[in-house]
Write a protein that binds this ligand. Structure first.
Ligand code: ADP
Ligand code: MG
Length: 708
């Protein structure tokens, strides 16, 4: 049985003592560290001398970095130390506990052993006393034997327990040993840490020393720099002083100049004070001059305006005079060239010749006999579209001045009426050229006048008037008297397009052409049996006076004038021929009446003359272009056309002869008229319309559309 001596208990107290020692040591270290920190703090608090850019500052910064690193490490070690302390504390506590338990166990074991040995002793005594006794001894022995076995059993139990306790003690000792080892390593660690701390402190000390040194050297640098700066400042000061002396001498010389300048300034000031007055006077005189000049200019302007108006009137008068001299109604002939369509052979030979010295004479060889005619002008086949247009140009421009103009193309089918009026896309005729001319003229006058140009297109077929630009071209239009009692005529529903460019015109022509094509399958044939009218209206406002003018230009491609033999025509063809004949006769009548200045003009005899009434009467101007085919086979119709032309023209001869030559052109006569057998007729026709005075302006067109 192992004895539990005071030595084993001594182990616990040793440990405690050791621990206490460690704690004391730890406390001391802590205090030392606090002192170091305080010192460090103090050092840091000391103001560092301003030192920038010197080599020490870099070193110092490095040292400072190192110091802070060391401080970090110290803090870390402190943490580790406190952890170890805690561990030591815990282990010491556990050791004390284990020692206490061990003490208890040992005490218990001693008691048990004591009790058992006492009982054993008692038992031995009892056995001895019982052996000394005789007879009853046997029983006692037996009892004792029995009891002895029980005791033995108890003893072995005790021994087992003792064994167990001893094992436990050994175990506890083992634990104790381990703890001692741990304590040992903690001690070692503490020693290490202490060594480290010492090292850090040494480092700190060194850094501090370096820092002090640096500060010292910085202080020295600073002092040196101050001294240098002072010396430099002194030198500069000296220079400034010298400069100042120079400036002073300068100032002395400048003073007189300043005085003269001041005098000048004062003089100028006085002048400036007087300036507004001067300016006012100058302005007044200039204003007066300007006013006078404006008045003069105004006077001049008035004079110019007056002169301009007088000139305008004069121009109009001259124009009128010119037209009057030329005749309000003029007749020209245009001979087309021989074409492939004329064929070959004797029938296609040329039968027309001209007078090289007189461009108003045309000779025709008819059935071997030469016949000559005199018109206002004759155009040979060589004449271009432009040549012809040149001749009619003056008429067209008069439209802008508010005159009404009619240009007719007359002649047998195929003689060139459509060519003269419409022309070809490459070589346009009078229609397009007239509109172009109007545009450019209007443009030229745009600064003084505002013009609008509108166009309508219509056709008269079998005495029915149709709108070629309308939505329903088959609709028959009526010519009506204005309900306002003015006696003027108008066509309700006739479409009017405003045009501003050649593009617009082409669109309008295209539209009219399309309307005509869709309406009639054989357009060529149809167009030769109908009159095609292009009505251009030019409305102007004089911007300065507000004066308004309206001029109308009627461009008419008449139906073919060829005579249809009575026997050869029947049905619709005869009806067409009769209508054409009637309207052409009526046109001849009207022109004749106008040229002879008769009181009554039979406008109402046909739709054509009725529609054109306002453009034929008064100071309106009319031009008849008689188209002539030059070939042999057409000489009969050519002769007829030229006779018609000459007759229209000759109407204008002196009043006596005019009357003598005047004849009434009935529809029948248009077909069969021969100048040789013509008999004089009364001038007026009984059934003519009233209200056809020369000044009437009918035909205002109601509907106004813009070209799309
Ligand atoms: P109309 O309208 O009188 O029936 P057109 O104008 O249709 O006659 O002319 C008949 C043909 O003669 C067309 O082919 C046309 O091109 C041609 N023609 C007419 N006049 C001339 C001319 N001055 N120069 C060239 N060709 C012309
Ligand atoms: Mg034609």
């Amino acid at each position: 049985m192992p004895a539990l001596g005071p030595g084993s208990l001594q182990g616990g107290t040793d440990l405690e003592k050791h621990r206490d020692l460690l704690m004391v040591e730890n406390e001391r270290l802590r205090q030392e560290m606090r002192r170091c920190e305080a010192e460090l703090q103090e050092l840091r608090a000391k103001p560092a001398a301003p030192c920038t850019g010197c080599e020490h500052s870099q070193e110092s910064a490095q040292l400072r970095d190192k110091l802070s690193q060391l401080q970090l490490e110290v803090a870390e070690n402190k943490g580790m130390l406190s952890e170890l302390n805690l561990e030591v504390q815990q282990k010491t506590d556990r050791l004390a506990e284990v020692e206490l338990r061990l003490k208890d166990c040992l005490a218990e074991k001693a008691q048990e052993e004591e009790r058992l040995s006492r009982r054993l002793r008692d038992s031995h005594e009892t056995i001895a006393s019982l052996r000394a006794q005789s007879p009853p001894v046997k029983y006692v022995i037996k009892t004792v034997e029995v009891e002895s076995s029980k005791t033995t059993q108890a003893l072995s139990e005790s021994q087992a327990r003792n064994q167990h306790l001893q094992e436990q003690v050994a175990m506890q000792r083992q634990v104790l040993k381990e703890m001692e080892q741990q304590l040992q390593s903690a001690h070692q660690l503490t020693a290490q840490l202490r060594a480290q701390i010492a090292m850090y402190e040494a480092e700190l000390e060194r850094a501090h020393g370096q820092m002090l040194e640096e500060m010292q050297s910085l202080e020295e640098d600073k002092n040196r720099a101050i001294e240098e700066a002072f010396a430099r400042a002194q030198v500069e000061m000296k220079a400034v002083h010298e400069n100042l002396a120079g400036v002073r001498t300068n100032l002395l010389t400048l003073q007189p100049a300043l005085r003269t300048l001041t005098n000048d300034y004062n003089g100028l000031k006085r002048q400036v004070r007087g300036f507004p007055l001067l300016l006012q006077e100058a302005l007044k005189s200039v204003k007066a001059e300007i006013g006078q000049a404006i008045e003069e200019v105004n006077g001049n302007n008035q004079e110019l305006l007056r002169k301009y108006r007088r000139e305008l009137q004069l121009r109009k008068k001259c124009h009128n005079e010119l037209v009057r001299l030329k005749g309000n109604i003029r007749v020209i002939a245009r001979v087309r060239p021989v074409t492939k369509e004329d064929g070959e052979g004797p029938e296609a030979t040329n039968a027309v010749t001209f007078d090289p010295d007189d461009d108003s004479i045309i000779h025709l060889l008819h059935r071997g006999k030469p016949v000559s005619f005199e018109l206002d002008k004759v155009f040979s086949p060589r004449a271009s579209q432009q040549d012809v247009f040149q001749e009619v140009q003056a008429l067209i421009t008069s439209c802008i001045d508010g005159f009404n103009v009619c240009i007719f193309a007359y002649g047998q089918t195929g003689a060139g009426k459509t060519y003269t009026m419409e022309g070809t896309p490459e070589n346009p005729g009078i229609n397009q050229r007239a509109l172009q001319l109007l545009f450019s003229e209007v443009q030229e006058k745009a600064s003084d006048w505002e013009y609008t140009i509108t166009v309508s297109a219509a056709e008269i077929y079998n005495e029915a008037l149709r709108d070629l630009l309308g939505q329903e071209p088959q609709e028959k239009l009526e010519i009506r008297l204005c309900p306002d009692g003015s006696g003027q005529l108008y066509v309700p529903g006739l479409t009017e397009f405003r045009v501003q460019s050649v593009d617009d015109i082409n669109k309008v022509f295209e539209f009219g052409h399309t309307n005509r094509t869709t309406e009639f399958t054989n357009l060529n044939e149809h167009s030769s049996r109908s009159h095609a009218l292009l009505i251009v209206t030019v409305r102007g406002v004089d911007c300065s006076t507000g004066l308004r003018t309206t001029g109308k230009l009627n461009l008419v491609d008449l139906a073919g004038s060829e005579r249809v033999g009575k026997s050869g025509a029947e049905g619709s063809r005869l009806r067409e021929a009769q209508h054409i004949n009637k309207s052409l006769s009526a046109l001849g009548d009207v022109i004749a009446a106008l040229r002879s200045r008769q009181g009554h003009v039979p406008f109402r005899n046909s739709k054509l003359t009725y529609l054109l009434q306002d453009s034929l009467s008064g100071d309106s101007k009319t031009l008849m272009v008689v188209q002539v085919s030059p070939v042999e086979k057409n000489t009969s119709e050519t002769l007829y056309s030229l006779k018609f032309a000459e007759r229209v023209r000759s109407v204008e001869l002196g009043p006596g002869s005019r009357r003598a030559e005047l004849g009434s052109w009935s529809s029948q006569e248009h077909l069969e008229w021969e100048p040789a057998c013509q008999t004089p007729q009364p001038a007026a026709r009984a059934h003519s319309a009233p209200g056809s005075g020369t000044t009437s302006r009918p035909g205002s067109i109601r509907r106004k559309l813009q070209p799309s």
